[in-house]
Design a protein around this ligand. Structure first.
Ligand SMILES: Cc1cc2nc3c(=O)[nH]c(=O)nc-3n(C[C@H](O)[C@H](O)[C@H](O)COP(=O)(O)OP(=O)(O)OC[C@H]3O[C@@H](n4cnc5c(N)ncnc54)[C@H](O)[C@@H]3O)c2cc1C
Length: 401
């Protein structure tokens, strides 16, 4: 037993036990578990994943009939359904085990003013749907679903917009505001995802403006802080200072960050210092410090811990336990992606913590970029795939199936 484990055991016997596979996989029958085992074993092979990804991209661009295969494999594991109603059924199923849902309309890669406009009512109906279902407290949004990437890049770099650009940016602001207002009226929370560092400033500015408008008395909007960036711990503290000064609650969704390779490659290619931490240890250190900082300031911060890292989740649970913070406080949520790290989600929920799964939904062909990222992530993070597989195998063995 590692020193940290002993510490956890001594503090309380109410803390979650992440190795409990019976609780983790209660919602999966034997057949589903074996399908998950097959999928994670396949993704564990970089060659197979790379070939599979190339074939999928080729098949999609040539409009070959691969929807069935994708739907019964990656889509089934990582998505809630093709429609909001199907996602709602998945949310109902999760709720039977105490796990809540974040509706994530997973359609990506749309790039026209008409598409951006069309997305707004889609999100507003997701909010209404969530409001009618007490197990769906959140929706998530990506600003790139409502704005041209080129424009975000210009604003980030401080390039002045012309009249046309200014009008387009006003429209983006209104789209995001319509969604946040609808959420505020309906009692639903909005998570604003973080994206690449070279477009992040306008995303942060929008999130700040929305928090200032709607996080009065209760939290509606969360900005996302990527702690793989070496400047984000300071930025989190500055965001908190700004919120305190202006009298609103800071919604802080903490993640490590999803675009490390892309960030480093761009910085190297363009010859600027990489915004990414020098190593994993530095990312982990800042992540845990950021969680701690938010837990210490819960009077004015609502914390959303988005991670598959068991140690970070356990450290947060230990801190809450030892400081008398009720596990079910509405100021702290833990979250993992649907189809990943069920051992963390279901065991935390089983111990009374607030847990919500990110649940993407949308037509199969439109969520493919999301699915390919999951396949890539589960290959590149070998430790994660190994952990998922060994837990699934452990449960299959326990069931004797
Ligand atoms: C609920 C939820 C919401 C999310 N939302 C977002 C979002 O809005 N934006 C976003 O960018 N990502 C988001 N992610 C993804 C997240 O940023 C991570 O990529 C992913 O969760 C893996 O990190 P981890 O904390 O789960 O686990 P770990 O496996 O402990 O950490 C892996 C992560 O550590 C970092 N890392 C790995 N190696 C190094 C290294 N050599 N040097 C420095 N850092 C390193 C990278 O960020 C890598 O992804 C979300 C994840 C979850 C669970």
């Amino acid at each position: 037993m590692a020193a940290d484990d002993i510490y956890y055991c001594q503090i309380s016997n109410m803390l979650p036990e992440f190795n409990n596979t019976e609780i983790a996989f209660r919602y999966r029958d034997n057949d589903e578990l074996k399908k998950a085992r097959f999928l994670f074993s396949s993704m564990g092979s970089p060659t197979l994943t790379s070939v599979g990804m190339k074939l999928t991209k080729f098949a999609i661009s040539w409009k070959l009939p691969v929807k069935g295969v994708i739907k019964s494999t990656l889509f089934r594991q990582f998505c809630g359904g093709e429609t909001m109603q199907e996602a709602g059924q998945t949310a109902d199923m999760l709720s039977r085990y105490g796990v809540k849902t974040i509706l994530d309309y997973g359609v990506e890669g749309k790039e026209s003013e008409a598409d951006f406009d069309k997305a707004v009512p889609e999100f507003v109906s997701a909010i209404k749907y969530a409001a009618a279902n007490k197990h769906i407290p959140f929706i998530s949004i990506k600003v790139t679903g409502f704005a041209w990437v080129d424009m975000l890049e210009k604003i980030h770099a401080g390039v002045p917009l012309n009249e046309h650009g200014k009008a387009a940016w006003d429209k983006v602001f209104k789209r995001i505001d319509t969604i946040c207002k609808a959420a505020s009226d309906a009692g639903i929370m909005v998570l604003v995802d973080a994206e690449e560092s070279w477009i992040q400033k306008p995303v942060d500015d929008l999130a700040d403006a929305m928090m200032e408008r709607y996080n009065r008395g209760r939290v509606v909007v969360f900005n996302t802080f990527q702690l793989y960036r070496h400047d984000r711990l300071e930025f989190l503290k500055a965001s908190h200072a700004r919120a305190t000064e202006k009298g609103y609650i800071l919604g802080a969704k903490l993640v490590r960050g999803a675009y490390m390779e892309k960030e480093r490659a761009r910085a190297a290619q363009m010859g600027y210092p990489s915004p990414i931490q020098p190593d994993k240890h530095a990312t982990d250190r800042d992540y845990d410090e950021a969680v701690l900082y938010c837990l210490e300031h819960l009077a004015s911060v609502a914390l959303f811990i988005g991670t598959h890292n068991e140690s970070s989740c356990m450290k947060a649970a230990v801190y809450m336990d030892s400081h008398g913070i009720t596990p079910g406080t509405d100021r702290v949520y833990f979250s993992q992606l649907y189809g990943m790290s069920d051992n963390i989600s279901f065991n935390l929920a089983g111990s009374g913590y607030n847990v919500a799964k990110y649940l993407p939904y949308g037509p199969v062909q439109d969520v493919i970029p999301y699915l390919l990222r999951r396949a890539q992530e589960n290959t590149s993070v070998a430790g994660q795939t190994g952990r998922e597989l060994s837990l699934i195998n452990q449960e299959i063995k326990r069931r004797g199936s």
